[in-house]
Structures are given as C-alpha cells and as structure tokens.
Design a protein around this ligand. Structure first.
Ligand SMILES: *Cc1c(COP(=O)(O)O)cnc(C)c1O
Length: 357
C-alpha cells in the first residue's frame, strides 16, 4: 500500500503524562489521522496520513441515516526501552472484516491496514505516553459515505484511523464496580448484529446505561435478547466468573461480541492449567452459585479497562456482593499478566506483541 503523507503545519502540544492521567477517556486526539477511500469497481485507494481534522460528508451520506458504520479499538504502548508496540492488531483486523461482512462493507487487506496503522503510530510516536497505565488508544472505523437516501449498501466508503492518548479507564485504579443486571432492554439477539462492532449497537444501549447510572450503577450486565435469562456481556466488555475453581464465561453465540481481551484471558487461564469453561450460563445458575458460596469472583474484560473487577451485581431484588467488594486474586493476576505482556515487562509467550519501532 502506497501511503501519501502530509504533515500538519500546526502541531499541537501533547498533554503531559500527568495531564493524560486526568483527562476523560478519548477526549484528546493526536496531530494526524490515516484515511483511505473505497469506490465500487475501484476498491480501496488513496491511502493517506493527513492532519487530524473534520471530515466532509454530504448530508445525505448513507451512514448518517442508516448506520452503515463499524469500528475497532486497540492500544499501542511505550515500553521501558523506548520501543512502541501494539497488542494483537491482527485480531482487531480480522474482527473488523467480520463486522464488515455483517454490515455489507467491503473487506480490507488485514496485513496492509495493520502496517498502515503502525506507520501512523510511528509518525505520532511523541503521542504515545509512557507513565504506568497510560497508552495510545487506536480507533479505526469505516463509514458509508455515498450520497443517497435509498436503503441499500453504499457504493463508497471512508476508512479512518484516529489516535487518542489515554490513562487508565478507572481513575482510582483497579476498583471493583457495581453492575445492574438489565431485565428490560436488550442489546442484541441471535441473527442480529451483536457480534459486530457496529455503531448502532451502542446507540441502542445508551438508555439502559443512563438508567443504570441513575440507580447508582456504573454499567449493565446484558442478558440474552429473547428470554432475558442467559448472561451475555457487561457494558462493552465480556464477562467472566470464577465459580469454585473454574473460570466461566458465556460461549460465543452470535449475539456476544468476540473480545480480544476475552480471547487473551482464556489463553492465559489455559496456560496456568486452571479449568476454564465457555458455556451458556443463566442468571439463575449464577444466583445459585452465589447463594451456595461458590461464586468467588466476577470481572469484565475489554481493551479499555483490560480487567474490570465487579464488586456488586443487582438482579431484580437480589444483590450479590462479590468477594466482599474487593478485587479477586484471579482478576488481579490476570490484570498483571496481560498488562505486563502489553507493556513488555513480562515475557510475550503467546506472540501477541507487534513491534511498531
Ligand atoms: C469492544 C467490545 C468488547 C471487548 O472487546 P475487546 O476486543 O476485548 O476490546 C466486548 N463487548 C462489546 C460489546 C464491545 O464493543
């Protein structure tokens, strides 16, 4: 892929690591972005790295009306020796193509796009923070930009990658959060778009999230869209339980998003020779496990927070206090191992690190 590079004439001052630790997630963006265009018959073309700035779209652009829009999220880290690395970008690109397929968006060249992202990150090297728990969040997305109001797949698309230096997702460190089990709204159904990282899924979840916040909970636990019985995910994270000595997570069923952190947790747990079970688990089974004292830990897993311990779950009138509201041993151990690999302070036994420079 040939990439044209146009450097900004007005570089911004990158916030200091201290400032990054205090700005909200995803509010500040680096100086440049990557873009390329797609036209039917021509394919992806015009790859370029240009100054970060507003996009120009027709008001009739397809994505603005019918939501043909997908995204990804991954991170780059600065290591102690000054190298810059990304965590499992191949997995994000493979998932992006799955999302593309579901939303009638043309496939991207996973290897070439990974290289283009690495090039952008390299150009923005100075934007990669180095303080503990900081990273450069990478947001690739594809939007349908053909100007028409008919409901059919767009004939043109724009692929964009923007970068945002971020601190830890939870400012107070690895703090257990309170989760509300959603019994009214649904996030996704089998046959729907739950497994795709498409914009509409998140718009549809905002009301549930807002109502949970009003009740004093930080996120919701989603149950299946048909029966509101089987556990799916927590907010925009996958969910794990430690029941007795087994790590349990809902199996991928078409409505759950296949997280790369989820996949990494499973591989790490297996490497520890600890039992792991990907299976259907109902909220009633979970309550049984809780009541018999077998539910030892609950945590969410996703790129933004990596591991997010859950200290309380509320389902209807049942309030489950998990591990006395404290971080569980396995949650902490997984957090240390995965963030250690990400920042190259622990051995990359699995080959997950992609070196940018
Ligand atoms: C992105 C996302 C996740 C987590 O995926 P990661 O690849 O681990 O970041 C889980 N659930 C939903 C709904 C998501 O959007």
């Amino acid at each position: 892929m040939e990439i044209r590079i146009e450097k900004t004439q007005h570089p911004k001052k990158r916030p200091s690591d201290d400032e990054i630790l205090n700005i909200p997630f995803g509010k500040v963006f680096s100086d440049h972005m990557f873009m390329m265009d797609y036209k039917e018959g021509k394919g992806w073309h015009n790859a370029r790295i240009v100054p970060y700035g507003p996009l120009s779209l027709e008001p009739s652009a397809c994505c603005l009306h019918y939501g043909q829009l997908i995204f990804e999220g991954l991170k780059a880290y600065k290591t102690a020796d000054g190298s810059i690395v990304m965590f499992r970008p191949d997995q994000n690109m493979a998932r992006m193509n799955n999302s593309c397929d579901r939303m009638c968006i043309p496939q991207i060249d996973e290897k070439e796009v990974t290289k283009a992202i690495a090039k952008l990150v390299e150009i923005e090297e100075a934007w990669v923070p180095s303080a503990p728990s900081t990273s450069l969040y990478i947001r690739p997305f594809i939007l349908a930009d053909e100007a028409f109001l008919g409901i059919h797949p767009s004939g043109s698309f724009l692929f964009v990658v923007i970068l945002s230096p971020v601190g830890p997702y939870y400012k107070g460190g690895l703090e257990p959060v309170k989760i509300y089990v959603e019994t009214n709204y649904a996030r996704a159904v089998k046959g729907g778009t739950g497994f795709a990282k498409c914009a509409g899924n998140y718009a549809g979840s905002l009301k549930s999230q807002a109502e949970a916040e009003e009740k004093g909970y930080s996120q919701v636990l989603w149950l299946d869209g048909t029966e509101r019985k089987y556990i799916e995910e927590v907010g925009a994270m996958n969910v794990f339980f430690v029941i007795d000595d087994t790590v349990v997570t809902p199996e991928l069923n078409g409505s759950i998003l296949s997280g790369i952190t989820r996949k990494s947790v499973i591989e790490v747990v297996k490497s520890w020779n600890m039992p792991i079970s990907e299976r259907r688990i109902s909220i009633d089974d979970l309550i049984c496990a809780y009541e018999s004292g077998k539910l030892r830990e609950v945590f969410g897993a996703g790129t933004a927070a990596v591991i997010s311990p859950i200290g309380e779950l509320k389902y209807k009138d049942t309030v489950m206090s998990i591990n006395g509201g404290k971080i569980g041993q396995i949650s902490q151990r997984l957090y240390d191992e995965i963030t250690g690999i990400q920042t190259c302070t622990r051995e990359d036994k699995f080959g997950w690190i992609y070196k940018v420079k």
